[in-house]
Ligand binder design. Structure first.
Ligand SMILES: [Zn+2]
Length: 337
């Protein structure tokens, strides 16, 4: 009987040592100490023994039981500790760097251009992106039959409203409510029914400015916009004004700056001319003044409008407008905070 007990003890202790999971330990406990367990069976059989033998076997069996229980508890603690350690924070891992938000290149450059103009007395005004036909076309001397409406392929909304195709309606809104002198700049989103490609996007940004007062001249227009071009593109560029046509200005012109890619020698970007067009401008058309209740004989003014994406593309030699809208961090990270 005693030999049997020692065998049970040895087997139990060695399987406890070998156990590698709490599940296994639980099985061992049931196998030896459970109601139908090996040791329990021996203790049950004690009754049939002689008194002297019963005492010795009983004592030994109880000692072995306690020993196995202690071994099981110790093993359980060891396995639990190991589990906790596994879940513990690994302090040797490098920390995760949080994403830091940054301004979009359109915001950065829009702000930069606004600063260039506010330094010479322009104030910033915003206008609605949903416009009426009157403010977007009619008041800007683009009547219903005018061919310029074909150029603006417009998103029309219900009730005769539309998404503005340029920022020029802001001119009308400001002039309707305020009297000259006015020096105003406006920047915002515009919409045209263009299929996205390298140079077109159905949504884009325009910057629009105008100056209205008595005796405003074309020479002032040239001076202001040349100043702007030097501030934005740097002192090393050359500029030229080329006659153009817009319904809301007369005379009209386009400002060209020397190509930043080829430095004026001629390349694919400037189509071999050495110059790229950066904005449209002109003297405000007398009909526009009539529409807002100004006397064209008393007031003159100039206006200009530029595509923000195009300017940024020219300055930073970006060859696809879609990069601005794809939110690729590799692109966006190249611009300042
Ligand atoms: Zn070029």
């Amino acid at each position: 009987m005693l030999t049997n007990l020692h065998k049970i003890r040895q087997n139990a202790l060695s399987s406890i040592t070998e156990a590698s999971s709490l599940q296994e330990v639980k099985k061992i406990r049931i196998f030896y100490l459970g109601r139908k367990g090996k040791l329990t069976g021996v203790l049950r059989g004690i009754g049939s023994l002689k008194q002297e033998e019963r005492r010795i076997v009983g004592k030994t069996a109880n000692e072995i039981k306690k020993e196995i229980e202690n071994a099981i508890s110790a093993k359980e603690k060891e396995l639990k500790d190991k589990d906790i350690k596994r879940e513990d924070i690994d302090i040797t891992l490098p920390g995760r760097i949080p994403w830091i938000g940054r301004r979009h290149p359109i915001t950065i450059c829009g702000q930069e251009i606004c600063n260039i103009f506010t330094q010479i007395g322009y104030s910033i005004v915003e206008g609605p992106e949903i416009e009426t036909d009157y403010y977007n076309f009619e008041a800007l001397n683009i009547p219903m039959y005018h061919p310029a409406r074909d150029i603006h392929d417009t998103f029309y909304l219900e009730g005769g409203r539309l998404l503005r195709t340029h920022t020029s309606p802001v001119q009308i809104r400001v002039m309707e409510r305020e009297k000259p002198p006015l020096k105003v700049l406006s920047c915002g989103k515009c919409y045209r029914r263009d299929s996205p490609d390298a140079t077109h996007s159905p949504v884009f940004h325009q910057l629009e400015g105008f100056y209205v007062d008595r005796n405003v001249t074309f020479r002032q227009l040239k001076g202001t916009l040349t100043y702007f071009a030097y501030q934005f593109f740097g002192k090393n560029i050359r500029t030229k004004f080329v006659p153009s046509y817009f319904p809301f200005t007369e005379p009209s012109a386009e400002l060209y700056v020397s190509c930043s890619v080829c430095k004026g020698r001629g390349c694919r970007v400037c189509k071999g001319t050495g110059f790229v067009e950066v904005l449209g401008c002109g003297m405000v058309h007398p009909e526009v003044f009539n529409n807002v209740g100004y006397n064209p004989k008393e007031y003159t003014g100039f206006a200009f409008g530029m595509g923000l994406e195009r300017l940024i593309m020219l300055k930073y030699r970006i060859d696809d407008i879609r990069l601005f809208y794809e939110n690729d961090m590799r692109f966006l990270n190249q611009f300042g905070p």
